[in-house]
Design a binder for this molecule. Structure first.
Ligand code: NAD
Length: 514
């Protein structure tokens, strides 16, 4: 049996990473079932998109209240399928409530039609209206099974879409719970439906006639999703993996930077797409930083106890990946200063690990590790730090640690990432008004903020008449191509000198009267 999830022919059972016990049993849905779900969601969308944005926002606020009231119950469900410590599991509900509250307050305003300039067509009226896509497929990972599902459902819903959620095979019960909360809060049946299963179900969903795909997961799967979506030209939003770098300058507060590094590398057992996975520290403060990191990392307690700071990895495959990154780095000359081994016993625990003498030939510095490992690299100066931070296929987030705001901003501006934080890490995700997403293999498109909401609407350009003319001057005339009028137009709009432009305007009016 594969721990984390047990698959039989057409069913799967999610398992508690801490105990191995069964959590829930679900169908692995195939093409027909998924098509049925998309059809049901489409019918619900017709009703939902007819509601005013304010009414939809009020419904999302009811979902927020349910999440807030049931926080402890939700956190227990998250812990059961992921092995997270209780504080981290509960924090998913805080991010979700904050984001739903943001949508409630802002979506109706952000979705208002915008007046547009009319250019040379001064006798027209123009605007842009934002229309929902229809049915959105939200394919989500196991690491934030609640918060990512809430964002991936709440945003399209605010914009008037319906959603088919395909939760990770490791966390189907949490996925089901999210959908139930939305059903109760909105009061609309089938507006959010759940396609349980594994990658085959995700692939079936992409082929089931969606209008938009919002995928969050690994870069490897993201490429498959994009290739599959190409067949039907379905637009995709890809939120993929990361290999976040932190840069520590010589004028940084070293104690703070070390505490921050340990927190951002080990929080969530390092299974956060924005975990610090590489630290670049300038030579002058490198030894002090490493000493402070090791001292701080010794305090990190990882176990199945509710009081632990760090919980379990999701499943054995993740434990093997983390260990193989550390082992192969060691075989290439890296030194493990702390940890570096799986912890025997129940659950999938790995020692909080600090590694030095690393370089970019190592998987540990190039691929996403997604575990409690902090590799630290000595660099000559900030130029080398920036060059190495940017030497990555990924580009999700990064942080710069310095007491000099100008220097920190200068470095931040040079980093090829979707988000950057000065003197902290991870926290940008918790600010609902900030767009979240990456560059390169970290994906494209954005969740959250104005940019995230716009991902789930089609802008429709709209032009109306104001004067009710009998005919337009640029329509076909007996006299040929209308080149004279076009010449006057060019002169009027872009010619040099007021007199020449006025002359061209008169010429145009004469042409129009003819
Ligand atoms: P994954 O790519 O293995 O799976 C993600 C989802 O895709 C799951 O629901 C899975 O069943 C489904 N899937 C698998 N194969 C598919 C296919 N061929 N077609 C359609 N769907 C398919 O990722 P994971 O292991 O669940 O999650 C961890 C990854 O997610 C990490 O790389 C992490 O960095 C990334 N992540 C990114 C963000 C972000 O916002 N950028 C957030 C969280 C996690």
């Amino acid at each position: 049996m594969e721990s984390g999830v047990e698959r039989r022919r057409d069913r799967l059972t999610s398992r508690n990473p801490l105990t191995g016990g069964a959590v829930g049993d679900f169908p692995i849905m195939g093409v027909e079932e998924v098509r049925g779900l998309v059809g049901a969601a489409r019918a619900a969308q017709a009703e939902w998109s007819g509601r005013a944005p304010e009414a939809r926002a009020r419904a999302l606020d009811r979902v927020r209240r349910l999440v807030a009231e049931r926080g402890e119950h939700i956190a227990a469900a998250i812990r059961a399928e992921t092995g997270k410590v209780p504080g981290e599991a509960l924090f998913e509900t805080v991010i979700s409530c904050d984001y739903l509250s943001y949508l409630t307050r802002t979506a109706p305003k952000l979705l208002l039609a915008r007046r547009a300039g009319t250019g040379w067509l001064t006798h027209r009226r123009a605007r842009v209206v934002y229309e929902p896509f229809g049915v959105v497929g939200a394919i989500t990972p196991w690491n934030y099974p609640f918060a990512i599902a809430v964002s991936s459902i709440g945003t399209p819903l605010a914009a008037g879409n319906a959603v088919v959620l395909k939760p990770s095979e490791y966390t189907p019960a949490v996925g089901q719970l999210v959908a139930e909360l939305f059903a109760e809060g909105t009061g609309v049946n089938d507006l959010v439906v759940v396609a349980t299963g594994d990658g085959r179900t995700g692939a079936a969903l992409i082929a089931a006639g969606l209008d938009k795909i919002a995928f969050t997961g690994s870069a490897e799967t993201g490429k498959k999703v994009m290739a599959a979506a190409a067949d039907s030209l379905t637009p995709v939003l890809l939120e993929l993996g990361g290999k976040d770098a932190m840069i520590v300058c010589e004028d940084a507060d070293i104690e703070r930077a070390a505490r921050g590094a340990v927190w951002a590398a080990f929080y969530g057992c390092g299974q956060v797409c924005m975990s610090v996975e590489r630290a670049y520290v300038v030579d002058a403060v490198y030894d002090d930083f490493v000493r402070a990191v090791v001292a701080e990392a010794r305090r990190v307690r990882t176990s199945d106890e509710p009081e632990a700071m760090v919980g379990s990895l999701i499943a054995p495959f993740q434990l093997e990946k983390v260990d193989s990154h550390v082992r192969s780095a060691q075989s290439q000359g890296a030194r493990v200063l702390l940890g570096g081994r799986p912890i025997e016993g129940a659950g999938h625990f790995y020692e909080p690990t600090v590694v030095v003498d690393v370089d970019h030939s190592m998987d540990l510095m190039r691929d996403e590790t997604f575990g409690p490992v902090l590799p630290i690299m000595r660099v000559r100066d900030e130029e080398e730090a920036v060059r190495l931070a940017n030497d990555s296929a990924f580009g999700l987030d990064a942080s710069v640690w310095s007491r000099d705001a100008d220097r920190a901003r200068r470095i931040a501006g040079q980093l090829r990432v979707g988000s950057v934080v000065i003197n902290d890490h991870l926290i940008n995700y918790t600010i609902p008004d900030l767009p979240f997403g990456g560059v390169g293999h970290s994906g494209f498109g954005r969740m959250h903020g104005l940019e995230g909401l716009r991902e789930f609407v089609r802008p429709k350009a709209w032009v109306e008449d104001r004067l009710g003319l009998q005919r337009e001057p640029y329509w076909f005339e007996e006299g040929g191509s209308g080149a004279g009028l076009v010449r006057s137009l060019l002169e009027f709009r872009h010619g040099r000198g007021l007199l020449r432009r006025l002359g061209a305007a008169l010429g145009m009016l004469r042409g129009m009267r003819r």
